[in-house]
Ligand binder design. Sequence first.
Ligand code: ZN
Length: 192
Amino acid sequence: MLYRRDDEPVDDDAGGRVRRDELTAGQEPFAIILGCSDSRVPAELVFDQGLGDLFVIRVAGNVVAPSQIGSVEFAAALFETRLVVVLGHSQCGAIKATIDELQRPTASQSRNIRSIVDRVRPAVEGLLKTELRHDLKELAQHAVRANIRASVDHLRHGSEILERLVEEEGLMVVGAEYSLETGVVEFLESPA
Ligand SMILES: [Zn+2]
């Protein structure tokens, strides 16, 4: 038996046995989410979705590396899912780590963590050349959004398969930011 956090039994039709049985025949997730691994931003809870609804890829900083592109290609091709949401969030640790690293470079950082920071870096570097560098909080807020937009752009243009799906099959790749403070998801405007 599954329990929600308030220890009420989960309704069978919502996320329990009936739905689980249905899904053994296959899945048709209506959205692919590329989100951050942050424990405070679980995609299904943020969007109030259940089993089989979302195909979720989570990685610190919602960065795009080949395995993330491959996962999106896989879901878009196999399940014909036509919506991809890059879900970043306020107070993202990967963004903070990247800002710290750019301001005070360290040699000791692990190669693996560096591979994440290096993917966030381009979104932050440009902002550090503006007046935003004097206001860390503001800088971090802008960096979160710039990083979401960079991931959206990378997914749209970093894969021939996805590019074709966008042009010919109506695949949408959009960015969104979750606020830890309010619990609200704000969808970012797409570049024209
Ligand atoms: Zn994060």
